[in-house]
Design a protein around this ligand. Structure first.
Ligand code: ADP
Length: 470
């Protein structure tokens, strides 16, 4: 059987409530009862001693008038505190009883088994006084001494039921305290349920929904506390997993598309050559197209492999010190033929003749190649591309700027995404795979550096990245 935290709390609460009631009923009652009995007994004893010392003479032997006076005084004293005062002689003869006014009698009645030693040493007893009283009484006694001789005893008695009534009034405060404690406890459980138990259940629901792949599921935690923070982190994680999922699907469909189109055209041209649809004198032209397409496929495969290699968790850089200016000049040589054809010129501005940086030379070469390749691709014929290297405190700032078509505001945030190609570029240059800038960003970031782009549509684009100076 599985106990939830809430049911455990409720069980503990119930246990505490039962234990509390039982404890209050048993222990607290006993403690209060004993305390009140002792308190009342000591008050009554003091009263008995006072009476005994004041009326030390033998009441039965005083004159009737005097006796009636004493009876009256004592009976009003007794009625004030709801007591009964009794004078008893050593042999058990009652000489005064405030509950039986004598009206001038000399003797009341006699208790045949009266034995003063039955009272014990602490001057109090709870009994019905040899069956003489209708119920149990708390009885305290004080000896009446005359000339060093004990003539009898003054008994001050109080009914046990009236004492128990008093105990209950005191004892009820224990119940109020217990009730207050239980109400506080219950409010704690309610608070706990709304603030801890419910959010935990919701978080566990959200996790099981994410487990089922329902990443759009949202928690209903309202309060802005640690649980909301945890829920937000979970929602953020789910969003990322969802994006990764979508990204993987997009990645696969992009790859399939980019592989399928060149393969379809290669297959189509080869079949046409084979079945003679393309005449032999035209074969060369189509073989060139086939070579162009295979070149595209090779480039695409290389880029995918390179991107895979650039996985941030496993990328390995072969760092060395080299001159970035000469690397740029060297890379530019590979574009000479293409630029000549389109009359594109380069404007180089190097702040220093040599700019030694600490980086992976081959990978940075790839960055420069991709950026210049794009700059040429998106530039108009007869235009100029500006490349500059400047120094900040401890970094080299490399800028590649063209005066080409520029990038639209909608596209600028996406150009570093894998396989992103603006529609215009798809039309203009089918060779693009949309992986060039993703590779550039991964390489620059792997060096712990950043790359920025500034672009205005119809005006041009500038890419700027930094590298550590030696
Ligand atoms: P591609 O291989 O298609 O060029 P990239 O990742 O290099 O892929 O570039 C992604 C997209 O960014 C391009 O399709 C293009 O729309 C935009 N882009 C990149 N460089 C430039 C540039 N210099 N001028 C204008 N647009 C650019």
């Amino acid at each position: 059987m599985r106990f939830t935290l809430l049911s455990k709390h409720l069980l503990v609460y119930l246990f505490v409530a039962i234990l509390g009631f039982a404890g209050v009923n048993y222990f607290c009652f006993r403690i209060d009862y004993n305390q009140i009995i002792n308190q009342e007994a000591s008050d009554m004893y003091r009263q008995a001693v006072t009476i005994a010392s004041e009326y030390s003479g033998n009441v039965s032997e005083t004159d009737q008038l005097e006796k009636a006076k004493i009876e009256k005084i004592l009976s009003s004293t007794a009625s004030l505190s709801n007591d009964r005062i009794v004078f008893v002689k050593n042999d058990g003869e009652i000489t005064l009883d405030t509950d039986y006014l004598s009206c001038g009698q000399t003797h009341y009645y006699k208790i045949s088994h009266f034995n003063p030693s039955d009272f014990g040493n602490d001057h109090k007893i709870v009994s019905n006084f040899y069956g003489y009283l209708k119920e149990d009484y708390l009885i305290t006694y004080a000896p009446i001494v005359n000339s060093y001789v004990v003539n009898g005893y003054v008994l001050v008695t109080r009914s046990k039921s009236s004492i128990v009534d008093r105990v209950y009034t005191v004892f009820n405060t224990n119940y109020y305290t217990l009730m207050l404690m239980l109400i506080l406890n219950l409010s704690f459980i309610i608070l706990y349920t709304t603030n801890v138990h419910r959010p935990i259940t919701q978080l566990s629901n959200v996790i099981s929904e994410y487990g089922k792949g329902n990443f759009s599921y949202k928690t209903k935690i309202k309060y802005n506390d640690e649980f909301r923070l945890l829920a937000s982190s979970l929602e953020y994680m789910a969003d990322k997993i969802n994006n990764l999922d979508e990204f993987q699907q997009a990645f696969l469909s992009n790859i399939s598309h980019d592989f399928r189109s060149p393969l379809t055209s290669i297959k189509g041209y080869l079949e046409a050559i084979e079945d003679g649809t393309i005449p032999p004198e035209m074969t060369n032209k189509y073989i060139n197209i086939i070579l162009f397409e295979t070149d595209r496929l090779t480039k695409l495969t290389n880029n995918i492999l390179l991107l895979n290699e650039l996985d941030p968790s496993s990328v390995k850089l072969e760092l060395s010190d080299f001159d970035i200016n000469s690397l740029i000049k060297h890379t530019l040589e590979t574009f000479e033929g293409r630029c000549k054809k389109r009359h594109i010129k380069f404007d180089l501005t190097f702040e220093a003749e040599k700019e030694e940086v600490h980086a992976d030379k081959v990978k940075i070469g790839q960055v420069i190649y991709n950026l210049i390749d794009n700059a040429i691709k998106f530039s108009k014929d007869n235009s100029q591309i500006y490349i500059s290297v400047s120094e900040t405190t401890d970094k080299a700032r490399i800028s590649i700027k063209d005066t080409g078509c520029g990038i639209s505001k909608e596209s600028i945030d996406k150009i570093f995404n894998r396989f992103y190609k603006s529609d215009t570029s798809r039309g203009r240059d089918k060779k693009g795979s949309g992986l060039g800038l993703a590779i550039v960003k991964e390489i620059v970031n792997a060096h712990g550096e950043n790359i920025d782009v500034i672009s205005t549509e119809g005006v041009g684009t500038e890419f700027v990245f930094t590298l550590k100076l030696v």
